[in-house]
Write a protein that binds this ligand. Structure first.
Ligand code: ADP
Length: 220
């Protein structure tokens, strides 16, 4: 199978999540067919999305007529109407769409989506809530969980790690985290080495297990 990143994508459900997703895909140069059953929503996006249509995605006949079976990839971006979300995902699965993505609003919803044939389930509200909690609660300037228990964080160096070469800081042994890059004020990010000395005002990127990063960023 070749590189399918630029294959056209069907986006179903154009609420806040689905419409942002469809608009961003179009901005990136991907061809998108966007579907929503509310004519008003479709009208309001018609100027920005080249292919946006009114249809009920729980109707297999409607999807068939739109040519959905020919698509390699589809995203079910219906959240609040769980029944419509699950029905849509299962119809896409029956249509043998190769790569089905679906948004879930709860773990249970996610499990059912997986069971009816979604290949990837995302939890945007949940994930964003966690991320914002890290930003609101502490010293992190940005936070991204890259796997269940592994994160990349943008933060400032704790007091004790300013002015010492990183090679002498014992950081990995003490906290289990690795500083990956540093950005002094007004400069760009560069990778760090064992000889790098951090200063107040620097911004750093740290990687490590979530709990260890939390311990590290709690340091004064
Ligand atoms: P968000 O939280 O991202 O705004 P919503 O769940 O509120 O997500 O929005 C889902 C969108 O999906 C709405 O615009 C709604 O009209 C659309 N939708 C819901 N059910 C169907 C369906 N059966 N067919 C097509 N679109 C649907």
């Amino acid at each position: 199978m070749g590189d399918r990143r630029n294959d056209p994508v069907v986006v179903i459900g154009l609420g806040r999540f689905g419409s942002s997703l469809a608009l961003e895909l179009v901005r990136q140069g991907t061809e998108v067919m966007a579907i929503d059953h509310r004519p008003k929503v479709v009208q309001s996006l018609a100027g920005q999305l080249p292919h946006v249509v009114t249809a009920d995605s729980t109707d297999p006949h409607a999807l068939d007529q739109l040519g959905v079976p020919d698509f390699y990839r589809a995203v079910v971006a219906i959240g609040s109407d769980i029944e419509a979300s699950i029905l849509t995902a299962s119809i896409l699965s029956e249509l043998e769409i190769d790569d089905i993505w679906a948004k879930a609003i709860s773990r249970q919803h996610g499990r059912i989506l997986n069971r009816v044939g979604a290949h990837h389930v995302v939890f945007p509200e949940h994930d964003m809530g966690e991320r914002v909690a890290h930003l609101v609660g502490g010293r992190m300037l940005d936070y991204m969980e890259v796997d269940e228990n592994f994160a990349l964080v943008k933060t400032r160096p704790p007091r004790d790690y300013v002015g010492v070469p990183l090679g002498e800081s014992n950081l990995r042994r003490k906290y289990g985290v690795t500083i990956v890059a540093v950005k002094p004020p007004g400069e760009e990010f560069t990778y760090v080495g064992s000889e790098t000395v951090l200063a107040y005002g620097d911004v750093i990127i740290v990687s490590g297990k979530t709990q260890q990063i939390e311990r590290f960023t709690d340091l004064p």
